[in-house]
Design a protein around this ligand. Structure first.
Ligand SMILES: Nc1nc2c(ncn2[C@@H]2O[C@H](COP(=O)(O)OP(=O)(O)OP(=O)(O)O)[C@@H](O)[C@H]2O)c(=O)[nH]1
Length: 378
């Protein structure tokens, strides 16, 4: 706790953005502080000009001070939004300080309750800004609402009551709004993150097996129903184990990412799906793409990879692809897994042909570039 407070004040003095703003800073908070201060300043200005508080009295002095404080806070928030957390803290401290004369002169349970809540509010403000704001607002409003029936007190602290009630209600509304908003935003972000990591491969960013099932089945079913062309390719790196063993695992990871980018570059339609099934095996689903076109494009891609291999410490890495590509045929493929199985068989054919081949059911195309298999694998 002490560390937290120290950190907050250290950052306040030396840091660019204070600790409160760090967690709290968002356009809503800045707007809330700005509006609260501007509204309070306007309120006190109007009531002062309207002569509701007689000049020369203590009330008028307090009124002048409040106008000054709110003007200053609004200007500071406007000029330096990254310090809005501190400005908010300052505002709240002023509210608390304003209570001291009331607490001293009206020693009842409620101001005492408020006093007891001040450290809680501050602690909350530093640890959890939203809860702190909420406690502050409730603590600032409740005692005064409960004391409102007390005529003596009303006449004694008229200005401060206005100040507290207005400030607190603005804070309550704003805080509740902010709280709900940030809760919803956090929930949304967490759900998005969870759903992304459940369906994506962390290394390459491609879909994982589950992502392929989820998105691939939708694509498959649409094309199955509308009998439109859909090509599915299984893409497997050749002798990838050799890259790992010779150049290291990091070099292998680099190859996997390089290949993912390459597939995305050759198949960049929004509807194209790229998934990594694990290891060095990828799946591409190209929507509305006839088999011949997919075959040709995959051959170009495999050739491009061999002509422009990924480099590791300046050295080209020996990479080549075995690819099996199949088109959706509604008579033999009734589910995505049937199409996947068919393309998988074609990869084996490409491997049998000596690797570095793109195989469709009717033909296998060699990449026709020198590809030296590692000695141990020959
Ligand atoms: N760098 C890296 N390697 C991986 C990862 N996942 C699996 N591998 C490695 O991928 C290699 C796959 O080896 P194999 O299935 O024999 O494939 P291959 O060496 O390409 O052989 P062929 O497919 O028959 O040409 C293994 O060495 C695995 O350790 C990964 O995330 N990163």
């Amino acid at each position: 706790m002490i560390r937290l407070i120290r950190r907050h004040f250290a950052r306040l003095l030396y840091g660019k953005q204070d600790a409160l703003s760090d967690t709290l800073l968002n356009p809503d908070l800045v707007r809330l502080i700005l509006l609260t201060n501007a509204a309070l300043m306007g309120f006190f200005l109007v009531t002062g000009l309207a002569g509701l508080f007689p000049l020369g009295s203590l009330h008028a002095v307090v009124l002048g001070a409040l106008i000054f404080i709110h003007l200053g806070s609004a200007a500071a928030t406007w000029l330096s939004p990254e310090r809005s957390g501190t400005i908010l803290l300052f505002n709240l401290l002023i509210y608390c300080a304003g209570l001291v004369p009331i607490i001293l002169s009206v020693p009842t349970l409620f101001p005492a309750l408020f006093t007891a809540l001040i450290p809680v509010m501050l602690a909350f403000l530093i640890i959890n800004s939203s809860a702190g704001l909420l406690t502050t607002a409730v603590a600032a409003t409740l005692p005064f609402l409960l004391e409102a029936g007390n005529q003596e007190m009303l006449s004694y602290v008229q200005i401060l009551i206005y100040e507290m009630t207005l400030g607190a209600s603005a804070l309550v509304t704003g805080t509740l709004g902010m709280l709900l908003r940030s809760l919803l935003q956090r929930l949304h972000a967490t759900l998005e993150k969870l759903s992304h990591s459940a369906t994506h491969d962390p290394l390459t960013g491609a879909l994982n097996r589950r992502g392929l099932k989820e998105h691939g089945e939708v694509l498959f079913n649409t094309h199955y129903r509308t009998v439109s062309p859909l090509a599915l390719a299984v893409i497997d790196l050749d002798y990838f184990k050799h890259v790992n063993d010779t150049f290291g695992h990091d070099a292998g990871d680099h190859v996997l990412k390089y290949l993912t980018d390459l597939i995305h570059r050759f198949f960049k339609r929004k509807s194209d799906l790229v998934a990594r099934l694990g290891g060095d095996e990828f799946v591409l689903i190209a929507a509305n793409t006839p088999l011949d076109l997919a075959h040709q494009r995959l051959t170009e891609m495999a050739r491009h990879l061999q002509e422009n291999p990924p480099r590791w410490n300046g050295e080209p890495l020996p990479v080549a692809l075995s690819i099996g590509v199949e088109a959706l045929d509604i008579n033999s493929h009734h589910a995505l897994k049937d199409l996947l199985k068919a393309a998988d068989k074609l990869v084996y054919r490409a491997k049998e042909k000596g690797r570095s081949h793109v195989c469709a059911p009717h033909a296998c195309t060699p990449i026709l570039l020198s590809f030296e298999p590692p000695t141990a694998a020959r």
